[in-house]
Design a protein around this ligand. Structure first.
Ligand code: F6P
Length: 547
């Protein structure tokens, strides 16, 4: 085992104190913590940017919070926050700023990167996106044969897919129903084939979205889309009417043949997984309109301001980040579940998986030292109430500790009879059941035969956060996403890792590029890998040649 780096959080005295304190907390139960403090449920609550966070059902005492805040203070987090907002190149392995907060800065703001104020450029692109999306929404933009565009298909992957796809689903209530939206990401041809199956090329516009414009999946799908359009319309000039691009790489976009008038730029200081509110949100803006998109940006900005200015003990992203560190590094949790009680948020956990796991799935710190503690958790989840009838069993009675975020809204976007109260009754019931459980004695007192009592009792003591907002609006969604972005940053800063690079995705890409010629040509070279990979490739080739 190598010794921890000079900036390892484990050298912080608060870390050691938390380790000892964790052993004490393991002996406590949320039932006791609530019994000792009648006001706990109100006291450990906090509101910002339209989101109310109840963090009282966490396995924490005032001492825990004090130590966690001490850890944050001693980690240089304040300086890191200031550096991020100032546009410093905090993504050191790629030599870039991580300045997604500039994407939602108001028009009058000024943020200087490399001697240039980036805010005017951000708003210039937003204005171009607004004009473009209004033409699509109003039917003014026509396809090559003069027909109105009815389908908008985003082609992208990772941050160039998950953000717009998640948010288009989340804000579907606000979207233009005359337009249909599709998202093609997977290089599996099925994704493209099924998405366009019922679409007419004359009425379809593709938004090719890629920060680098070199991503294998996206370029393969984009070429297939171009062939699909040209097969129907028979003229290269149709491309200008049926393709737009979103990228930082103007050269590659032009090479691909997309008109620069239809290109929307963003900048290398926007990480892919932080890019939803850049031009990457073009399909979303087309769905909900520029005004709603700006409301979403205002929600992001409100949370940014809260994060930048609120004291740590009243700071939502800081508290959520610290609670995550508490469970992962001191109480043995390896996963974290996000459970929104709103069907529109059904892709939120997929989006947050990239945000959290690509950002904080790191094993070395900023100085290149191997870390000697656990970094980012496995993030997973899905919409309630569906999960209750599937995987919640393991959260309630399994052997793992799984901290959960429950997200719900007071008002439904689709009020239908009793539905919303039933949904929310379940929302409140789950965190109550998880926290307090039910003892064997209580179960037996209700008439359950004693031999069944172990199976039908609930240990409780499962920690949850509850995030409650008035309604799912563009603004609330913006605030919610910014909350998670900054939570991830808080954790990365305390762990002293780079939350903005993703070198871990590269090896697989390079090996795939080597394998492609071994699969595709008649005279394919013999595979030269390990014996397992060689045997699998040979079997694949045999199966292909037999069909
Ligand atoms: O391979 C990972 C990744 O680089 C992600 O970080 C990114 O969001 C995705 O691929 C897509 O990249 P691009 O937008 O450049 O096509």
């Amino acid at each position: 085992m190598t010794s921890p780096g000079a900036s390892s959080p484990t050298r912080n005295p608060a870390w050691k104190a938390l380790a000892a304190h964790g052993r004490e907390i393991e002996q406590r139960h949320l039932r006791e913590l609530f019994a000792e403090d009648a006001g706990r449920g109100e006291r450990l609550g906090l509101e910002a940017a339209g989101l109310y966070l109840d963090y009282s059902k966490n396995l924490v005492t005032d001492e825990t919070l004090r130590l966690l805040l001490e850890l944050a203070e001693g980690s240089g987090l304040r300086k890191r926050i200031a550096a991020m907002f100032r546009g410093e190149k905090i993504n050191t392995t790629e030599g870039r700023a991580a300045l997604h907060v500039a994407l939602r800065a108001p028009r009058h703001a000024s943020i200087v990167v490399d001697g240039e104020d980036v805010v005017p450029a951000v708003h210039a692109v937003l204005d171009r996106m607004a004009a473009f999306s209004e033409r699509l929404r109003g039917g003014e933009w026509k396809g090559y044969t003069g027909r109105r565009i009815r389908n908008v298909v985003n082609i992208g992957i990772g941050g160039s897919d998950l953000g717009p796809m998640m948010a288009t689903e989340a804000l579907r209530h606000y979207s233009d129903r005359n337009l249909r939206f599709g998202f093609v990401s997977n290089v599996d041809g099925t994704d493209f084939a099924e998405t366009v199956r019922d679409m007419d090329p004359e009425e379809t516009l593709f938004v090719v979205c890629s920060k680098t414009f070199t991503t294998l999946e996206t370029l393969t799908n984009a070429r297939t889309a171009r062939a699909w359009v040209l097969a129907a319309l028979g003229d290269e000039r149709a491309v200008a009417k049926h393709f737009a691009a979103v990228s930082t790489n103007a050269g590659e976009v032009t090479k691909f043949g997309i008109d620069s008038a239809n290109m929307f730029e963003f900048w290398d200081w926007v990480g892919g997984r932080y890019s939803l509110d850049s031009a990457v949100g073009l399909s979303l803006m087309t769905a909900i309109g520029p005004q709603r998109f700006r409301e979403m940006l205002a929600g992001f900005h409100a949370m940014d301001e809260h994060f930048r200015t609120a004291p740590f003990e009243r700071n939502l992203p800081v508290l959520l980040g610290l609670l995550g560190i508490w469970y992962g590094d001191f109480l043995g949790a390896q996963t974290h579940a996000v459970l929104p009680y709103d069907r529109y948020l059904w892709r939120l956990s997929a989006y947050l998986q990239q945000l959290d796991m690509e950002s904080n799935g790191k094993r070395v710190d900023l100085d290149g030292n191997a870390v000697d503690f656990q970094t980012g958790p496995i993030l997973w989840g899905g919409p309630g109430t569906n999960g209750q009838h599937a995987y919640y069993q393991l959260i309630h009675q399994g052997t793992q500790r799984i901290p959960c975020d429950f997200i719900g809204f007071a008002l439904s976007s689709n009020p239908l009879g009793e539905h919303h109260d039933l949904l929310m009754a379940n929302f409140f019931a789950q965190t109550e059941a998880l926290a307090f459980g039910k003892t064997e004695e209580e179960v037996v007192a209700e008439g359950v035969p004693p031999h069944q009592a172990p199976h039908r009792s609930f240990p409780g003591n499962h920690p949850t956060n509850t995030i409650l907002a008035e309604r799912l609006t563009p603004e609330t969604l913006g605030a919610l996403i910014a909350l998670y972005e900054h939570k991830v940053f808080v954790q990365g800063s305390i762990w002293h890792i780079n939350s903005f690079d993703q070198w871990g995705v590269e090896l697989g890409k390079a090996l795939a590029a080597r394998i492609v010629p071994e699969l595709s040509s008649e005279a394919a070279p013999e595979p030269i890998h390990d014996s397992s990979t060689n045997a699998l490739i040979r079997r694949y080739r045999r199966l292909r040649s037999q069909s």
